[in-house]
Design a protein around this ligand. Structure first.
Ligand SMILES: Cc1cc2nc3c(=O)[nH]c(=O)nc-3n(C[C@H](O)[C@H](O)[C@H](O)COP(=O)(O)OP(=O)(O)OC[C@H]3O[C@@H](n4cnc5c(N)ncnc54)[C@H](O)[C@@H]3O)c2cc1C
Length: 393
């Protein structure tokens, strides 16, 4: 791998995450995938080794060394090399905590973040609804004010860490007449009366991750749980994606690298026609392309994460969308080719490679599909052009 100039701290957390991935995740990845079990034993190890602290400010029990997003990226990538579904318990918690980090008051951060940093509480982010996927502005869940509470009603769909997390950053309409401009981001704690979960989804990939419906029926939540001002929920959601999408890029990167490592080993050891298959040009060129795309994706994901850490006040929408979109497209291409290199064995559940292909697909879909990412990139580029030209005129 290219020397990306990681700091001493970043190198240490990468080595630690790598060790956990090899010792605690790889040996159980197939079992958790097959049975769709939530990886609580791994979560416990991540908590004990302080890895949930790496994306949370030191003031709230975290340990970032000033680079929370880069740290989140590094840990997610390493864990995902062994199993992206298990890694998502970590990355989904970061996604759920980011709204608190970005929009929470000092009191809210003190109240919720130390438990996340200690790994005592997992978090989740809830935006999607049955009729509001790419069109996130179409959310219908309401949170209507009643005295010093909001009363939540509605259903959120396909929420990562659903049912397992303790803290949910939920986008709901506090002023339905205003549509998306009337949305707020409200933290709902598991166990709040009126808050329940639907069935766990049976999925193609990332099967160790829990994906569930959140159901709110006259669920009363104190007004103190609203992050930022009422009506700023959508801004919080979009800023959250700006920060979290390099994390999806890192997950995709880990999947691609994990699949590549197995494919390279296989190409060097599997013999046909009296020679390793890696000696045939058709296979060699595939390996070269796979490695080249992975390294290009890594450079983009790392550069974006570093940019966000250095310029936390700037909106990195363009680069976040690029890093998520590019790395996930690479993950899909690389894992399909990895299965090809394994030939018929690649098609068998007995071999670990097909799981990478199944896991890769979701990275092109969630936190905004890659069509939506391309749309965001184009919007950002075109509005940048107009802004520059109107400034000159
Ligand atoms: C396993 C899993 C975990 C998830 N976790 C979470 C979570 O933790 N929190 C959360 O809030 N959500 C979560 N989601 C939801 C996810 O973010 C949405 O599925 C995603 O945003 C796409 O929405 P949709 O599935 O409704 O697809 P749709 O919006 O119905 O899109 C269907 C197809 O149409 C395309 N399309 C739609 N609109 C356009 C357009 N304007 N231009 C071009 N193409 C378009 C899409 O790209 C896609 O190919 C999760 C989903 C899954 C499957």
């Amino acid at each position: 791998m290219i020397d990306y100039g990681l700091t001493e701290y970043q190198t240490a957390i990468r080595n630690l995450a790598c060790e956990i991935a090899e010792k605690e995740i790889r040996p159980v990845a197939a079992e958790y995938d097959r049975e769709g079990k939530f990886p609580w034993p791994v979560v416990k190890v991540l908590a004990e080794t302080d890895l949930f602290r790496v994306f949370i400010d030191d003031k709230y029990g975290g340990l970032t060394d000033g680079t929370p997003i880069m740290n989140m990226v590094i840990v997610t990538e390493e864990l995902s090399k062994a199993c992206a579904g298990i890694a998502l318990s970590f990355a989904g918690t970061a996604l759920g905590a980011i709204p608190i980090i970005l929009s929470g008051s000092e009191e809210q951060k003190q109240r919720w973040l130390p438990d996340v940093a200690a790994g005592k509480k997992l978090a989740a982010f809830a935006l999607t609804e049955p009729q509001a996927g790419s069109d996130a502005g179409a959310v219908k869940t309401t949170a209507l004010r009643d005295g010093d509470h909001y009363v939540l009603n509605g259903t959120k769909q396909w929420i990562t860490n659903g049912g397992e997390a303790e803290l949910y950053s939920v986008i709901a309409l506090t002023n339905p007449a205003k549509g998306p401009r009337g949305a707020s981001c409200i933290v709902v704690e598991k166990g709040t009366p009126g808050f329940s979960f639907g069935k766990k989804e049976d999925k193609l990939g990332i099967r160790a991750s829990a994906t569930r419906e959140l159901i709110f029926q006259d669920c009363r939540v104190p007004v103190e749980n609203c992050l930022g001002r009422e009506g700023t929920g959508f801004i919080t959601a979009m800023k959250t994606f700006d920060a979290s999408r390099p994390g999806v890029g890192a997950q995709a990167l880990g999947i691609a690298q994990g699949a590549f490592d197995l494919a390279l080993e296989y190409a060097c050891t599997r013999r046909q026609f009296g020679a390793p298959i890696g000696s045939f040009q058709g296979v060699r060129f595939m390996l070269a392309d796979m490695a080249m795309k992975i390294e290009a994706a890594r450079a983009l994901v790392y550069a974006t994460a570093r940019h966000i850490d250095k310029q936390p006040k700037e909106r990195p929408t363009l680069y976040s969308a690029m890093s998520k979109c590019y790395a996930s497209d690479v993950a899909m291409e690389v894992t399909v080719d990895a299965v090809q290199i394994f030939g018929g064995y690649g098609y068998m559940h007995d071999y670990p490679i097909e799981k990478y292909m199944r896991d890769a697909k979701i990275t092109q879909i969630y936190e905004g599909t890659n069509q939506i990412q391309r749309d965001e990139m184009a919007r950002s580029l075109i509005s940048g052009f107009h802004a520059r030209h109107s400034a000159r005129a």
